[in-house]
Design a protein around this ligand. Structure first.
Ligand SMILES: CC(C)(COP(=O)(O)OP(=O)(O)OC[C@H]1O[C@@H](n2cnc3c(N)ncnc32)[C@H](O)[C@@H]1OP(=O)(O)O)[C@@H](O)C(=O)NCCC(=O)NCCS
Length: 204
């Protein structure tokens, strides 16, 4: 039986999702379709195409790397009653006690530890580590090779850059960005939407 998947997005992040879905395709039949959410002629066209697919029971994920754009597309399609599905790369390690929200992507070689809660439409990118008891809220992106130590709390719409580290028990506030290679050693909760870089991480 063929498993049909619809990726809303067609750039880099969408390709990573397609790659994860096809990694094991010698074991099961998988058909993946990507759609450019922005180049569709009109909102109506996109809705019509998606509506037809919903009727056919196809699984959906939003494959857009930008947190804000991913949320924007989610809000735009809210009335469609789409049943979003998470995608976990076969090489990722996800503890049995961890929960992964609808529409989230867990990338190749990444680790999601015990009692971790990953919200909806998150990205846990290639080789990222989310250690035990951490909470990653919806629409957040943990970049490639980044580490969230135990009991960390990353709020909604955050972006943790590649190879950045959040030390244990710390919170990164709503919509905040941690730059590539930054090391967070204290809470950075307010103001929302701030950017922190360097070692130790400081606001810019
Ligand atoms: C933090 C970041 C978002 C800032 O981008 P920006 O707002 O465009 O900022 P700028 O590039 O204008 O840099 C502003 C200042 O911060 C410094 N800076 C930027 N990123 C930095 C970083 N990661 N570490 C240290 N300093 C950094 C710049 O040198 C500059 O300093 P200056 O004003 O003294 O010249 C970006 O640099 C970054 O790290 N992005 C993450 C990329 C990533 O991980 N991608 C993975 C995708 S899968």
């Amino acid at each position: 039986m063929t498993n049909y998947f619809y990726i809303i997005g067609c750039k880099g992040h969408a390709k990573s999702i397609a790659s994860a879905l096809k990694y094991n395709c010698f074991k099961e039949e998988i058909a993946v379709k990507m759609i450019d959410a922005y180049q569709s002629n009109s909102e109506g066209d996109l809705s019509q195409e998606l509506n037809n697919s919903i009727k056919e029971g196809i699984k959906f994920i939003i494959g857009i790397g930008s947190n804000k754009k991913r949320q924007e597309i989610f809000e735009k399609l809210k009335l469609q009653n789409i049943n979003y599905s998470s995608v976990i790369h076969p090489t990722a390690i996800v503890d049995k006690t961890a929960s992964i929200g609808k529409g989230s992507f867990i990338g190749a070689g990444s680790y999601v530890g015990p009692d971790v809660k990953i919200g909806e439409h998150c990205i846990i990118n290639t080789y990222a580590i989310v250690e035990h008891d951490s909470t990653i809220e919806s629409f957040t992106h943990i970049g490639p090779n980044a580490t969230c130590c135990g009991y960390t709390h990353v709020q909604k719409l955050c972006f943790v850059g590649a190879s950045a580290t959040i030390s244990n028990n710390l919170t990164l506030g709503l919509g905040c960005t941690l730059g590539t290679g930054a090391v967070m050693i204290k809470d950075h909760i307010e103001p929302a939407d701030s950017t922190f870089v360097g070692v130790p991480a400081k606001k810019i």
